[in-house]
Design a binder for this molecule. Structure first.
Ligand SMILES: [Zn+2]
Ligand SMILES: [Zn+2]
Length: 295
């Protein structure tokens, strides 16, 4: 049943490198009826089943930016939604390049789509993996890009250079708001987008813990991966800086996600140690399949 309030369901709270305990960045925002998925990180389709929200129950997908950790499960999502019995296209909203990416996933699955149509005939929708794709542009001030079942979705530009465009999203209903930072450094767009938000789901890097991980990789002889992780420091801010922006924006609840490194449960306290000196309101370290309801 639809309500005037919103619930956040975290599907994946990790970052690009696969780990067994946290999956790729993705979340669902719902009012109890409409379900909006933001990003389709690796493993997110499996997580939808674990959250009892199968792909065929998702009303629309919004993509923050076209980095692989936010997108690659889309192929699996499209196939599972289709064989789940849906007879119509999924709405997908994303930055420039989204259309090309979706068409690529559809093309990669073209043989599979044909095999299944040949085999199952009219039991499956002839449109296969079709999607209605909207590529949008937004600036630093949150701009309405869609209204899905009474949930207003606004986009704002964030600073994830050299990845451009990159966006965050602000979902609103009944005076409530849930903001997804996307991947970003602190920037005017994030400050404007997160203003007064009930929840900010925040891209998070603990630099000291990242250095420990980089040294471990180097000691183990994996120089390339250690060096790639070091490069990531330029476009993900230290978590203290993100918390400062959240404080300035008057965010009521900071949900730490996109964790770099993707620490196990036992190290969550260490990941956010000292953050309460910068951010005065509630802090939650996100976990896959965690649900946070507003109101
Ligand atoms: Zn990412
Ligand atoms: Zn990214």
């Amino acid at each position: 049943m639809a309500t005037d309030s919103l619930e956040l369901v975290l599907l994946g709270t990790s970052s690009p490198i696969h780990t067994p305990h946290r999956f790729g960045p993705s979340q669902v925002i719902t009012d109890g009826r409409t379900r909006i998925m933001v990003d389709t990180g690796w493993g997110s389709t499996l997580r939808l089943y674990q959250a009892a929200m199968p792909p065929q129950s998702i009303d629309a997908i919004f993509i923050t930016h076209l980095h692989s950790d936010h997108t690659t499960d889309l192929a699996d999502f499209l196939v599972m939604r289709w064989v789940g019995g849906v007879r119509g296209p999924i709405q997908i909203y994303g930055p420039a390049g989204t259309s090309r990416m979706v068409k690529g996933f559809q093309e990669a699955m073209a043989a599979d789509t044909k095999y299944r149509l040949d085999h199952h005939g009219e039991k499956l929708w002839s449109g296969g993996l079709s999607a209605d794709i909207t590529e949008f542009e937004a600036g630093e001030e949150p701009m309405v890009v869609a209204e899905i079942g009474g949930i207003v979705v606004k986009a704002f530009e964030v600073d994830h250079r050299p990845v451009k465009p990159a966006y965050g999203f602000r979902l609103e209903k009944g005076g409530h708001s849930i903001v997804i930072s996307g991947d970003t450094n602190p920037c005017p767009g994030l400050l404007a987008g997160a203003k007064g938000a009930d929840i900010l789901v925040c891209d998070s890097m603990n630099q000291a813990m990242m250095k420990v991980l980089e040294n471990q990789l180097r000691t183990a002889g994996n120089e390339v991966q250690a060096s790639l992780l070091e490069d990531a420091h330029t476009y993900h801010a230290p978590i203290e800086a993100m918390a400062e922006t959240a404080q300035q924006a008057g965010v009521k609840h900071l949900v730490v996600s996109h964790m770099m490194p993707p620490v196990p449960v036992e190290q969550e306290a260490q990941f956010v140690a000292g953050l309460d000196r910068v951010f005065e309101a509630k802090i939650t370290v996100g976990r896959d399949l965690m649900r946070i309801a507003l109101g």
